[in-house]
Design a protein around this ligand. Structure first.
Ligand code: ATP
Length: 335
C-alpha cells in the first residue's frame, strides 16, 4: 500500500471535517476521492500533502510515517484547480523550477524537462509564458512541473475544475493515458461522478467527513453499499421500496403474467438523444425508466398506455433498499 490513512480526524473549530477516516490507497493506481461539496475530500488530500495537520490519526506514505513531516519532506507533487505558475518564467523554466532549486546539473535538467514537455505535449510551447497558454495547456504544464521532481505520489485537487466541459473531457482522457505511461501513484479530488467513473482505478466516496464506500468503478456502480452511493453515482428511481437505475426498470405489456410487476400508466415520454425517458405512474409513485429507441419502438408505447413494470430480474443486485424518507422524485441524482 502506498498511502495509509489511519483514524484521521480533523476539526475546524466545532465542525468535524473528517471523522475517524481510514483508507489504504494502493501504489501505482489512479484513485479518485469523490463526493459532494463540503464532504471533506480536499481536507483529506491536504492532510496527505502535509498542508493541513490532522487532529488525530496517522498518515504513512510508502512506508514512511509522514504524520508530522512538512510538505517538502513527503515527496509529493500537487496540482490545484487554479494553478499558480510563475508568470514571468517560460513554460520550460516553470517545469524546471523544482529541479533548479534542487541544484541538479544543467544537462540533466534540460533532458528531463524535454522529456516532460513531450509527455504533456507542450514541446512547441516551451518558450511561451504561462499567460500565452490555454487553461488546459496550463494545467498540463502544472502536471509536468509536479512530475519533474519524481514524486512518490501525485495529488490533484479538482485539476480540471475551472475548465469548460469539452476541455475537461479531453484532459480526463489525457490524464488516464499519462497515468498508464508513468504509473505514479495518483490521488485526485473530484465531485464529478462521471469523471471518477471514467478515469479512476479505484474510487473513495466521501460524504460528511466519512467514507461511504471504497471500490472500483464497477463495484460502486453495480454494488453500491448504500442509498447515498447509489444516488451519487447516477440517476435513480424508486420502485416499491427499492432504489434502482432507470435503465434497469423493465416495461412489460399490460396483459402479461410476469411475477413481481406493478401496473401503471405512462404519464410522460421524453426523448433525449439516443435514449427515451419514460415516466410511469403507479399508485402514488412516479417511476422513471429509460429505454433505447429500438426498445421503445418494439413496445409500441404511447402516453396513457397501461403497462407493467418491474426491476429487470437479472439486476436485483444493483439495487438498494430505500433508507427512509418520503417517495423520491422520479429521477434524482445528488450533485
Ligand atoms: N480552513 C478551514 N477553516 C474552516 N473550515 C474549513 C476549512 N477548510 C475546510 N473547511 C470546512 O470543512 C468542510 C470540508 O471541506 P473540504 O474542502 O475538505 O470539502 P470538499 O469535499 O473538498 O468540498 P469542495 O468540493 O467544495 O472543495 C467544509 O464544510 C469546509 O467549509
Amino acid at each position: 500500500m502506498s498511502i495509509e490513512i489511519a483514524n484521521v480526524t480533523k476539526r475546524f473549530g466545532e465542525f468535524v471535517a473528517l471523522d475517524d477516516v481510514s483508507v489504504s490507497i494502493p501504489s501505482g493506481q489512479l484513485t479518485a476521492l469523490l463526493g459532494p461539496s463540503g464532504g471533506g475530500k480536499s481536507t483529506l488530500l491536504r492532510i496527505i500533502a502535509g498542508l493541513e495537520q490532522a487532529d488525530s490519526g496517522r498518515v504513512q506514505i510508502e512506508g514512511l510515517d509522514a504524520t508530522n513531516l512538512p510538505p517538502q519532506r513527503r515527496n509529493v507533487g500537487f496540482v490545484f484547480q487554479h494553478y499558480a505558475a510563475f508568470k514571468h518564467l517560460s513554460v520550460r523554466r516553470n517545469v524546471a523550477f523544482g529541479l533548479e532549486i534542487r541544484r541538479r546539473p544543467k544537462a540533466e535538467i534540460r533532458s528531463r524537462v524535454d522529456d516532460l514537455l513531450a509527455l504533456v505535449h507542450l514541446e512547441q510551447f516551451a518558450d511561451r509564458l504561462p499567460s500565452q497558454l490555454s487553461g488546459g495547456q496550463r494545467q498540463r504544464m502544472a502536471l509536468a512541473r509536479a512530475l519533474a521532481v519524481q514524486p512518490t505520489v501525485l495529488l490533484l485537487d479538482e485539476p480540471f475544475g475551472a475548465l469548460d466541459a469539452k476541455v475537461r473531457k479531453e484532459l480526463r482522457d489525457w490524464l488516464r493515458r499519462l497515468h498508464d505511461e508513468v504509473h505514479v501513484t495518483t490521488v485526485f479530488v473530484t465531485h464529478d461522478q462521471e469523471e471518477a467513473l471514467e478515469v479512476a482505478d479505484e474510487i473513495v466516496v466521501i460524504n460528511d467527513g466519512r467514507i461511504e464506500q471504497i471500490g472500483s468503478p464497477d463495484e460502486l456502480y453495480d454494488r453500491p453499499a448504500n442509498d447515498f452511493v447509489m444516488r451519487f453515482l447516477g440517476p435513480v428511481t424508486q420502485l416499491g421500496d427499492r432504489l434502482v437505475r432507470p435503465h434497469d426498470v423493465q416495461i412489460l405489456p399490460a396483459d402479461g403474467h410476469e411475477p413481481g410487476a406493478t401496473t401503471g400508466r405512462i404519464t410522460r415520454i421524453t426523448r433525449v438523444g439516443f435514449e427515451i425517458r419514460i415516466e410511469i405512474t403507479a399508485d402514488d409513485q412516479v417511476i422513471a425508466a429509460t429505454l433505447t429507441r429500438n426498445e421503445f419502438l418494439a413496445l409500441h408505447l404511447q402516453l396513457d398506455t397501461t403497462v407493467r413494470v418491474r426491476i429487470a430480474p437479472e439486476i436485483q443486485a444493483g439495487t438498494v433498499a430505500v433508507d427512509s424518507g418520503p417517495n423520491l422524485p422520479a429521477t434524482t441524482a445528488v450533485t
